[in-house]
Design a protein around this ligand. Structure first.
Ligand SMILES: [Zn+2]
Length: 478
């Protein structure tokens, strides 16, 4: 009996706490500095839409290429470990240092490898954003250890206990003969949009790729790139857990995309650290737009081969003006209904989707969460404030998670995403925000039930402490 009384008391006590926190949050809603202090200390659970290379800050990559004394092209700001042409602009970093020019070029690289000081004039914002990735890949590919540890440390500092990051794609050998044979066939089937015919062709391509030993390539990726790196760095501990998604970019020709997806699904089906698959890169790219339907069919096919593998899909990262209106109304529909996505990344074009109300009701019913990236959408798509569909998703009770996307390139963090949410959308109460935080564990792709449980228990504990802290603070203010 005493135990029950204690439970009732605890429930009452903590609901009162949460209510007072809500009152305090309402009081500070219009003050971004106070909101920043509040959300910096709030436990945030997980960050589920997170790209490894886009999350490391450019300073780290620059430090790496300077330490390696790579070459910089002073004209184009390309960095390489060797001169790629006879161009006399190629200079070693050590020479720049001797000439007293290092800090100037460091600063220029920072602007090239992120959105720092972006002036909205010389280059479109989406171009500025997406071009950073190939530019810093010489560092992001080769110094994974520093990057992962930086991400972990930053996460712990801002009370994030779990990250699900897209982390490399298995690079299997060339299969040009298969591409040569099947790319034209896939383009024909794309025009017909015949699902049965398409699935039959994919089945043949699958057979051909299996003969090319794609599976052992996936095994190798899984063991060496993922498991070895993760365990040697001791990433997981009491404060933090990291899991990985592998992916394909959507800008290759169809057979290549399918090959990468096959190796991604296979790796994800076997390794507990690889919890899901994704598809990424600019959705409005020519090939990405042309082949979108095919890509959905590929997921549908691989879902039948690997029913246990979860996948989140970048879908609807589009807006009016970026593509033709008739391209704005079907990408999320197709990701949900044709491909069977477990989560949707971005989902910005929802207001334009055909039968959007039915689509959102379906997402709610099936527990298909949407990953909202406010800073990213504002920079790349210029969709913000009342134009952003986050409140539409809320109205239809689609599970929401708040994520950072590419905090390094965008020079932001997860805390700032909560600040923007609370400041711009007062309809999100403290209870709603708390639910969003719990969603980030609930809708994560973590495979081990005990880890999910541990992270939820940590949230329970951390929220009690956080609410006590806010209570004391808000009383001080009276
Ligand atoms: Zn993304």
């Amino acid at each position: 009996m005493k135990k029950y009384l204690t439970l009732i008391f605890l429930f009452f006590y903590f609901s009162v706490d949460a209510q007072s926190v809500n009152t305090y949050l309402d009081k500070i809603r219009n003050n971004p500095a106070k909101l920043t202090a509040f959300f910096s200390q709030m436990p945030k659970g997980g960050d589920l839409h997170h790209h490894y290379s886009g999350s490391v800050y450019a300073e780290t990559f620059i430090k790496y290429v300077i330490e390696k004394d790579y070459f910089l092209n002073k004209q184009t700001l390309e960095v390489n470990n060797r001169k790629t042409s006879e161009d006399e602009n190629w200079t070693k970093f050590s020479t720049l240092e001797k000439d007293g020019q290092l800090s100037e070029y460091k600063f220029r690289l920072l602007q090239k490898w992120s959105i720092k000081d972006y002036n909205q004039v010389s280059i479109p914002s989406d171009k500025q954003f997406f071009e950073t990735f190939p530019n810093f890949s010489i560092a992001s590919r080769n110094d994974v250890e520093t990057g992962l540890l930086e991400i972990k440390k930053r996460a712990i500092d801002e009370h994030v206990s779990y990250i699900e990051t897209t982390f490399f794609s298995p690079a299997c050998g060339r299969t040009d003969d298969v591409s040569l044979q099947f790319d034209p066939k896939l383009q024909v089937v794309l025009k017909e949009k015949n699902v049965t015919h398409c699935q039959a062709i994919l089945d043949t391509v699958y057979g051909e790729l299996i003969k090319k030993d794609i599976i052992s390539c996936a095994d190798n990726f899984s063991a060496n790139t993922i498991t070895k790196t993760h365990s040697s760095l001791h990433i997981d501990d009491d404060l933090f857990t990291m899991r990985y998604q592998t992916y394909t970019v959507r800008t290759f020709e169809a057979t290549e995309v399918f090959k990468r997806l096959l190796s991604a699904f296979d790796a994800a089906s076997k390794n507990p650290l690889i919890v899901g698959v994704n598809i990424l890169s600019p959705e409005n790219n020519d090939i990405a737009m042309r082949d979108y339907w095919l890509h959905m069919q590929m997921f549908r096919y691989l879902h039948m081969k690997y029913p246990g593998v979860k996948y989140s899909m970048h879908a609807g990262e589009l807006t009016l003006g970026l593509v033709k209106p008739e391209e704005l109304n079907w990408h999320i529909n197709a990701a949900v209904f044709d491909a069977g996505a477990s989560r949707i990344g971005h989902g910005v074009d929802m207001p334009y989707e055909t039968n959007s109300y039915a689509l959102m009701n379906y997402m709610k019913k099936k527990g298909i969460a949407v990953e909202i990236n406010l800073s990213s959408n504002e920079f790349i798509l210029k969709v913000k404030e009342g134009r952003h569909p986050v409140t539409l998703y809320k109205e239809f009770q689609v599970p929401i998670v708040i994520s950072s996307d590419d905090a390094g390139v965008l020079r932001t963090n997860l805390t700032e995403q909560y600040v923007l949410l609370a400041n711009r959308y007062p309809e999100f109460t403290y209870q709603d925000i708390k639910e969003i935080v719990y969603n980030s564990i609930k809708y994560s792709f973590i495979k081990e039930p005990d880890i999910k449980q541990k992270l939820t228990a940590k949230l329970d504990k951390d929220f009690i402490q956080f609410e006590k802290l806010i209570l004391v603070t808000s009383k001080m203010e009276h």
